[in-house]
Design a protein around this ligand. Sequence first.
Ligand SMILES: NC(=O)C1=CN([C@@H]2O[C@H](COP(=O)(O)OP(=O)(O)OC[C@H]3O[C@@H](n4cnc5c(N)ncnc54)[C@H](OP(=O)(O)O)[C@@H]3O)[C@@H](O)[C@H]2O)C=CC1
Ligand SMILES: O=C(O)C1=N[C@H](C(=O)O)C[C@H](O)C1
Length: 251
Amino acid sequence: MSESVRSVAVAGASGRLGSLICEVVAEHPEFSLAARLTSRSAPEEGAAADILVDVTTPDASPAIVERALRRGQRVLVGTSGWSADRLATLERLVSDVPGAGVILVPNFSLGSVLGTTLAEIAAPYFSSIEVIEAHHAGKIDSPSGTAVRTAELMAAAREAAGAAPVTAPFAEQRARGELVGGIAVHSLRLSGVVAQQEVRFGGAGEVLTVRHDTLSGESYVAGIRAALEAVRGATGLTVGLDRILGIGGRA
Ligand SMILES: NC(=O)C1=CN([C@@H]2O[C@H](COP(=O)(O)OP(=O)(O)OC[C@H]3O[C@@H](n4cnc5c(N)ncnc54)[C@H](OP(=O)(O)O)[C@@H]3O)[C@@H](O)[C@H]2O)C=CC1
Ligand SMILES: O=C(O)C1=N[C@H](C(=O)O)C[C@H](O)C1
């Protein structure tokens, strides 16, 4: 085996996304699949791999990521649930561990990442914004990680532009969604759906909709490859496929 081939352990390998990542790793000439980890794996399994990929659950992910970083592995995270608060904790951990490198990708699909970037651009210009996301019935978390990231980026874009927050709190009205960064997010879980997101912007006499549909796991493959290639030399914390691909001038 060539010296430049990096070994990869995948946590969540028995899952929908994890099994796809195992296929991508196995087919990539510069990576080898060292371990397929599940909820039954012992903590030390996969410790010898150069890279740990975490695609498990929002509850399990933080401890898996911390353990891998502390033992010197590069880490690629695709698991949802990494809100701004959790990212702040991860950032502190990364700065505590010399040479640590972690890339967190809320969505590996190019179209989804472009949709989020377009929503971020539009956010300061409309007085009302709501997010509607739909996923397959097997998804255990809500709102989706992509919706949380999109809402947080839109809220930050509004703040940076000096635009007022979009929505007054409506804690008593549960049908109005969950507020993320002051923006209402509505989650649907439906058999037959893979993943969809719509961001609806309301302004004076007009509505703009930014919509993305994931039709199959094929949409994640190019992003997974790009993230694996980037994580080999990663240092610090990088969030988003947009940073890896330089979308919107961000790298
Ligand atoms: N970034 C992206 O583009 C995408 C992200 N996702 C996210 O990836 C995550 C996984 O999604 P999906 O593959 O659909 O989920 P699945 O339920 O299909 O798979 C979950 C995997 O995690 C493992 N697991 C569960 N609990 C633990 C634990 N405590 N320790 C270690 N492993 C554990 C399961 O193992 P076992 O079989 O033993 O239960 C299984 O392998 C979710 O957070 C989802 O939102 C999904 C698709 C795209
Ligand atoms: O669970 C899923 O399927 C997905 N999860 C991610 C999320 O929570 O945003 C990414 C994608 O939407 C698919």
